[in-house]
Design a protein around this ligand. Structure first.
Ligand code: AMP
Length: 522
């Protein structure tokens, strides 16, 4: 039985200690003493959540009601009491449920001391505000278990949920952590790709043979199926099942009876003539839940699958790409597969690329045939080869428009990722429609952090794909680089800021330019 008072005391001590090492030691010491159920609860609450990441339930309350404490005659609160109350709050539904939720929380609040109530308040609001990032909790679990943080990180990526990892790391079986498996209906981060300029890059990294696939210009999906249940997540791990009834039906009709299965792929929206539609149309449908039925008629989707993470209830993550592809072909009966070819020379690679472009796609992917699937990983195992020059930037500020653009925030300051921060690499007011300008203005106003009357600084949340003509060395930007003729190609609703291009990548792209261009500098 873990006392809530102990967790509240830990929170206070962690908040008061300045150093990361000390914070980590305190948390590790606390976790080491807990049993499996309390471990799960403690890690959840320490991450500032009421439920684990993989648990879709929400409390649906605005805060913790203030209640007079003084119920000291009652037994002290334990984590299990909190978990029970949260279960009941989440289960409350229908008429009168708001009052029911409030009264459940009031009851809990009345039994709590001031310190406990403060902690509960933070959990209910979903923010610990004590510098307890998921990274710190992860390291504390590793320290408590006496294992390398990389092992805990891998298990967290594979299971899709750090809370599931703590009992594995601190449980009786020392092999459990390394043996962590994905779970059906718990989404994993998708594997990502680095940019390459041509097939030669990929062939060199993959030691002479690479698997090329068309790069479909749509939206990434992860499809989970077991029995007759199907669920679909987007690249940012939002549940988009209800937006994609046609894909659900397709999976249910064709993968029915399948033992637990997780597939990775891309959906593309088509116009009535079967041509791919702009990505923006597809994102509109992702956001829409009502009216999906009509959207299905006017906006049919095509599905392109390219990986298999689980088949017959067993993880395929550690198998090489070629084996996973065979499994994918088996479980789908060879349908809905991405177009692909094994490539062993630059000529074959160029030919495949030409075929992809002629078919209207934006480029190709080149994947190492020997590589395992690394959730959330971005590296040289997967490359994307595109002809158009684009990078993904985050908007960090915007200038007020003038002339025709009065009333809008219309000149956007673009930044790439640099460590934990942002490095500006250009500005643009090109690429958006009037309607998009209006929507973007509203969105950025809500994100404003400072305003000098001309430039509004915003918190870095909106990702945009930016076309450019050239990367130049810049004396004005501290990043050292500027995008020439920057223009917003599209708003990347599907990307989180953490997935934007990095300054290192930009530097590499800068150098790569000279593979085809002369270098004027000495
Ligand atoms: P980017 O969005 O430019 O970082 O490119 C990577 C994205 O391309 C992935 O996240 C997928 O959404 C998409 N994609 C399209 N076709 C494929 C494919 N055959 N394999 C992997 N990703 C693909």
């Amino acid at each position: 039985m873990a006392l809530l008072a102990d967790l509240a005391a830990l929170r206070a001590r962690v908040a008061a200690s300045p150093g990361r090492l000390e914070k980590r030691r305190l948390v590790a010491e606390y976790l080491r003493a807990l049993g499996p159920d309390d471990l799960t609860r403690a890690v959840t609450y320490l991450s500032g959540r009421a439920f684990p990441v993989s648990d879709p339930r929400v409390l649906n309350v605005r805060g913790l009601p203030v209640a007079e404490s003084g119920a000291s005659s009652q037994a002290p609160l334990v984590l299990e009491d909190v978990a029970r109350t949260f279960d009941d709050v989440a289960a409350a539904a229908g008429p009168g449920s708001r009052r029911q939720r409030d009264s459940l929380l009031t009851e809990l609040s009345a039994r709590a001391s001031d310190a406990e109530r403060d902690l509960l308040q933070r959990i209910v609001y979903g923010e610990m505000r004590m510098g307890l990032s998921e990274g710190l909790v992860l390291e504390a679990i590793a320290e408590a278990a006496g294992v390398a943080p990389s092992l805990v990180r891998r298990a967290a990526l594979v299971t899709g949920d750090l809370t599931a990892v703590a009992p594995l790391a601190l449980g009786p079986d020392p092999a459990a952590l390394a043996a962590a498996q994905p779970r059906v209906f718990v989404p994993l981060l998708p594997m990502l790709a680095e940019i390459a300029v041509g097939p030669a890059d990929a062939l060199a990294a993959h030691e002479g043979a690479t698997a090329m696939e068309y790069k479909y210009d749509g939206a990434r999906i992860q499809l989970h199926a077991a029995g007759d249940r199907v669920a679909i997540w987007s690249r940012r791990m939002s549940d988009v099942t209800r937006s994609l009834p046609d894909i659900v039906a397709l999976a249910r009709d064709n993968l029915v009876g399948a033992a637990p299965l997780i597939l990775d792929g891309e959906v593309v929206a088509l116009d009535p003539a079967g041509r791919p539609l702009p990505f923006q149309e597809l994102m509109r449908r992702f956001r829409r839940v009502r009216g999906v039925e009509e959207a299905m008629g006017s906006l049919p989707l095509s599905l392109h699958l390219f990986d298999c993470l689980m088949a017959d209830g067993r993880s395929c993550l550690d198998e090489p790409y070629t084996r996973r592809w065979e499994t994918l072909a088996r479980v789908t009966g060879g349908r809905w597969l991405a177009e692909r070819a094994m490539v062993a020379s630059v000529e074959e690679g160029d030919a495949f690329m030409a075929r992809a472009l002629a078919a209207g796609h934006e480029g190709v992917m080149a994947k190492d045939p020997r590589s395992p699937y690394e959730p959330g990983g971005r590296g040289k195992k997967w490359f994307k080869l595109k002809t158009a020059l684009t990078v993904d930037c985050v908007i960090v500020a915007a200038d007020r428009g003038s002339g025709r653009r009065v009333g809008w925030l219309s000149n956007y300051h673009l930044a790439v990722r640099e460590g934990d921060g942002w490095a500006e690499v250009g500005k643009t007011f090109k690429g958006l429609t009037d309607r998009e300008f209006t929507e973007m203005t509203e969105r950025l106003r809500a994100l404003a952090t400072a305003d000098d009357g001309y430039t509004v600084r915003v918190s870095p949340e909106v990702v945009v794909e930016v076309d450019y003509n050239e990367i130049q060395k810049s004396p004005t930007y501290p990043s050292g680089f500027a995008l020439r003729f920057a223009r917003i190609a599209r708003i990347r609703e599907d990307k989180a800021p953490g997935q934007a291009t990095t300054l290192d990548e930009l530097r590499r792209l800068y150098d790569l330019q000279f593979a085809t261009k002369g270098r004027a500098e000495p």
